[in-house]
Design a protein around this ligand. Structure first.
Ligand SMILES: [Zn+2]
Length: 301
């Protein structure tokens, strides 16, 4: 999170730059979890005290950011006209992120757990079997994906802590290194809910929102490894699959839908894209299910 040394402003900034024709202009943007450009270019006016040089200025006191940070920001997509970029994890102010989550979603019944792994420290693990509440089919699904012969599956402590917090109905902000198993922290609780709900019509729906299409594709591929996956037939095969877990009759349907989804063979009479949409909509949450939101950055897999 960038902040102004003079006045402490952390959200509103001005970008001063020249356009292709050499005309100097300014636009404002704000920074929260990400940076968004919020106004179009307008010409720099003399009376504003804004010089004709590339700069990032604090919107409230007009102090300029140091040159290194300015250079870095100018290199980012947002300041080249793309409306959204992501702040590197070491720039995220976790306290602020958590305050924002609480403000937006309320404290609810649960806790917001602050969980950070320290890359320098060796990660501590706990056995999967220490989760006594876990439904057998869900445990088998995790064993199927991560297990090796004769070696019981273990969880990092931050995973066990996050999984426990989600299980208790909490909202979890999880900030850990790439490949430290963030996905399992929301996958395991819903695998349990699916396995523990005998009526297939009451099984929970899970909505995974990601900032990049590639991350949705990763999740789609990742889910099939929990069991035996069977793709739909026909045009939607690429985007819909039924995964059977625990070697029994427990299964869930995984669907991916994003801007990159183009179903071949679409026609007005038999729209495969329409079928995909209906399948996703039919799984929308009802009184028996909960939606879990997953907040993951672009480096998360
Ligand atoms: Zn300032």
């Amino acid at each position: 999170m960038i902040s102004c040394d003079k006045c402490g402003n952390r959200t509103e900034w001005l970008q001063v730059d020249s356009d292709a024709g050499g005309r100097w202009g300014v636009r404002s943007f704000y920074c929260r979890f990400d940076i968004k450009v919020t106004s179009g270019w307008r010409a720099v006016e003399k009376r504003e005290g804004i010089g004709e040089r590339r700069a990032i200025l604090c919107a409230s006191c007009k102090a300029s950011l140091d040159s290194e940070l300015t250079q870095e920001l100018f290199e980012q997509e947002a300041l080249r006209g793309t409306p959204l970029i992501f702040v590197a994890p070491d720039r995220v102010d976790l306290d602020r992120a958590i305050a924002e989550v609480k403000r937006t979603y309320g404290e609810g019944e649960g806790v917001v757990a602050v969980l950070e792994s320290d890359r320098k420290r060796e990660a501590k693990t706990v056995p999967l079997d220490s989760l006594k509440w876990l439904a057998p089919a869900a445990r088998d699904a995790v064993q199927h994906k991560y297990g090796k012969p004769g070696k019981p599956v273990t969880l990092y402590r931050h995973q066990a802590k996050a999984i426990g917090a989600v299980r208790r109905g909490g909202s979890v902000v999880l900030s850990t290194a790439t490949s430290s198993g963030k996905s399992l922290c929301f996958q395991l609780p819903f695998l349990h809910d699916i396995a523990a709900t005998s009526d297939p019509h009451k099984r929970p729906a899970v909505l995974y929102l990601a900032p990049l299409n590639a991350l949705i594709g990763d999740q789609f591929r990742s889910l099939k490894e929990f069991g035996t996956a069977k793709r739909e037939t026909g045009a939607v095969a690429e985007f819909l699959q039924t995964v059977t877990i625990g070697g029994g009759d427990t299964c869930f349907v995984a669907a991916q839908y994003h801007g990159g989804v183009r179903v071949e063979g679409d026609d007005a009479q038999n729209s495969a894209t329409g079928k995909l949409r209906r399948q996703i909509r039919s799984a929308k949450p009802n009184s028996c299910s909960r939606i879990r939101k997953c907040w993951q950055g672009p480096s998360c897999h």
